[in-house]
Design a protein around this ligand. Structure first.
Ligand SMILES: O=P(O)(O)OC[C@H]1O[C@H](OP(=O)(O)OP(=O)(O)O)[C@H](O)[C@@H]1O
Ligand SMILES: Nc1nc2[nH]cnc2c(=O)[nH]1
Length: 179
């Protein structure tokens, strides 16, 4: 089933059921790895809102949940050089185990920026959990990236929180751009 979003066509890549299954598996890993701890999940808005919501529902260790907002694609297909820091974390992370929740790691630029910013606040640890990872696109490798639901090729995707021109975030599955 093809999908038109603004001027581009997309086709299905990952169905909703498969996403739910992998999200539950990642949460199980987190439950095991963070047993006895109280991590703080930090969702990176906008793209991570749906993933963060589904992920924390499967988490059974006590945890905090908060969000920060960064943007650099501004609805387009490729990254601009500027990272816009829309809103910062307003909770202290000193001494806490931070789990950053991303929808996608592409060049790694967003996470590099955010991790450098948060490290000076002296968290106990920083770990990254991302729904999608494009290994062929990485410019900055992120050693904190421990949990990945799906590795995908270097294609532009929308759905399940991800947008094209701010559209498509509400789609249940993930769709890839048709060339
Ligand atoms: O690894 P990178 O190349 O930095 O790309 C990943 C970032 O790009 C997207 O954000 P975007 O700027 O599109 O903002 P949004 O989450 O509000 O859609 C996505 O949510 C990641 O934060
Ligand atoms: N919507 C969307 N945002 C991105 N940010 C980095 N890569 C992507 C992508 O493939 N799709």
């Amino acid at each position: 089933m093809k999908l038109q979003i603004a001027d581009l066509e997309f086709e299905p890549l990952i169905p909703y059921e498969q996403i739910q299954q992998r999200v539950a598996e990642l949460a199980q890993h987190i439950n095991t790895d963070f047993e006895g701890k109280t991590p703080i999940f930090v969702g990176i808005l906008n793209g991570s809102f749906m993933f963060a919501s589904d992920l924390v529902k499967e988490v059974t260790v006590p945890c905090e949940v908060t969000f920060t907002k960064l943007a650099s694609y501004f609805g387009g297909l490729s990254q601009t050089r500027t990272i816009r820091d829309d809103f910062d974390l307003h909770v202290t992370i000193e001494g806490k185990d931070v789990i950053l929740v991303e929808d996608i790691v592409d060049t790694g630029n967003t996470l590099k920026y955010l991790i450098e910013k948060l490290l000076v606040r002296n968290p106990a640890s920083i770990t990254v959990c991302s729904l999608l990872f494009k290994p062929d696109s990485v410019i900055h490798s992120i050693e904190e990236l421990k949990y990945v639901a799906f590795q995908i090729p270097n294609v532009f995707v929308v759905g399940y929180g991800l947008d094209y021109q701010e559209l498509g975030r509400n789609l249940r599955g993930i769709y890839k751009k048709i060339d």
